[in-house]
Each structure stands twice: as C-alpha cells, then as structure tokens.
Write a protein that binds this ligand. Structure first.
Ligand code: ZN
Ligand code: ZN
Ligand code: ZN
Length: 254
C-alpha cells in the first residue's frame, strides 16, 4: 500500500497568515503545510483520499493524483470538507458519481451545506456529484479493500479514524477510547493528530499522541494536523526514533 500526505496542518495552515514566528518564517519546505489529508493506494488497487480540505485541488495537482474511487471523511469541520466542490474533477475521471463515506453527522452536515453536490441530476460537469454512505464502527468494503472505521472523541463531537490493512489514520481527536484502541492492534503505521506540546480541548498534544502510538504497539508513528507551534526539525528531534512529524508530500509504503 502506498500513502502520500496531501496535507499535514491544523485548520489555520502553516505558515499562519500574519505570523512572524520561527516556523512561519522558516525556509524549510517541511514547515509549509496545507490542511490535513492523505491519498491512499491500496494493495487491491483502490485509490482514495481521506478528507477534502480547502486546498484539495492544489494538493492533488501537486501529487499527480488523477483518479480516485472514493473519499473517506473524518468529520464535518471546514478544514476537512470545504474543498468538496473540487471533487467534480474526479467525477469526470470516473464518469459517474463519486462514493463518499463517513459518520452520520458528517453526512447530514454535507447534505445541508453542499446540497447541490447530491443533486442526482444528469452530470454536465459544473458541479460535483457524490453519494454518501454512513459508517459507524463496522468494517466495510471499497472494491476488495476492507476499511475499518475507528470511532474517536474530538472535543464534544465524534471524528472517525480509518484503518486500512496495516495503516491507520487518526486525525482530529482528543481521545481514542479503549474499544477503538483494540481495533488498532497489529498496525504497522499509525498517523496521529498532534497539535502542539501543550494539552488542547479538541486535539491530542505531542505527548498524548506518542502515548497512543506506544499503547497500540505500532512500530512506526507519524504526527499530523500540526500547528505552527511545532517547528519541523526541532520537533522531529524530540519525538524519538520510531516517530516522525509528517510533512506535505511525504510518501510511505506500508
Ligand atoms: Zn482539523
Ligand atoms: Zn507562526
Ligand atoms: Zn476538527
């Protein structure tokens, strides 16, 4: 399986508009972060992206992603959904409706905010055409690839992580309950939300993310959804040999 980080930042993006901090003024390209998303190409040949933030078009152009079979949504926050209109390019590539998956509240929010994308009228290229399937905690299939949803807390709402084979993507979480941690046993690579060093009400801190990676026994961990409080090289030097701060464009083979 091939995983490519399309974006790795928290909702503000990095650099933050108007900020002159060390990270935001850095010339290290790993400190230039777009909103969190990944592209996954499974062993069965299924191509999907997780979330469609406001930069999705720029991200897929940058990474030469020309066709996807599905979108998985973690939750409805704008930094994960606001780019939905750009999915129309993938309708053209697919020649039909693009299947999307996520929890029920996310589906309800998308139907309300992007009603036109569910129109069901013949597709003439102007708007995206998506279908939406509610997933809870039961595994489901896209083609021959099995996807395991991982329910997580994200402040007062739920967000959904996803496990695909030995890979798990767990962004936008303030806590992963024991029943969900059990679903992560045996993972080879776990990608975890880590906003900053200090605790935060809706996201994991770096120490909390490291604890989660250790607790589920993953041999490799990556931190994502990071804020400008985490300068890439300085943070990377502190998180240990088996964990790395992800950056836009980083590719993993799982
Ligand atoms: Zn977010
Ligand atoms: Zn800054
Ligand atoms: Zn969020």
């Amino acid at each position: 399986m091939r995983v490519r980080f399309l974006g790795t930042s928290t909702s503000y993006g990095v650099p933050v508009v108007g900020c002159r901090c060390e990270t935001c003024t850095s010339t290290d390209l790993r400190n230039k972060r777009t909103r969190a998303s990944v592209y996954v190409e499974t062993d069965e040949g299924v191509k999907l992206i997780i979330d469609t933030g406001p930069e999705v078009r720029l991200q897929v152009l940058r990474e030469h992603v020309t066709r996807i079979d599905a979108v998985l949504y973690t939750h409805f926050h704008a930094d994960h959904t606001a780019g939905i209109d750009d999915l129309k390019a993938f309708n053209a590539a697919l020649g039909g409706v693009l299947p999307c998956y996520g929890d029920a509240p996310t589906g309800a929010s998308l139907r309300e905010r992007f009603a036109y994308a569910f129109a069901g009228t013949p597709w003439i290229g102007l708007i995206p055409h998506i279908s939406y399937t509610n997933v809870d905690k039961e595994p489901f299939y896209i083609g021959k690839t099995c996807i395991q949803p991982i329910p997580m807390r994200h402040g007062s709402i739920r967000a959904t992580g996803y496990r695909i084979g030995g890979f798990a993507y767990l962004t936008d979480t303030s806590g992963v309950p024991a029943s969900s941690r059990a679903l992560l046993q045996g993972c080879e690579v776990v990608v975890v939300d880590a906003l900053r060093w200090e605790p935060h009400p809706t996201h994991l801190s770096v120490p909390e993310a490291l604890e989660l990676i250790r607790d589920v026994g993953a041999p490799r961990g990556y931190l994502t959804h990071v804020s400008h409080a985490l300068e890439h090289a300085a943070t990377n030097a502190r998180v240990g040999p088996n964990v790395e701060v992800a950056y836009d464009g980083l590719e993993l083979t799982v």
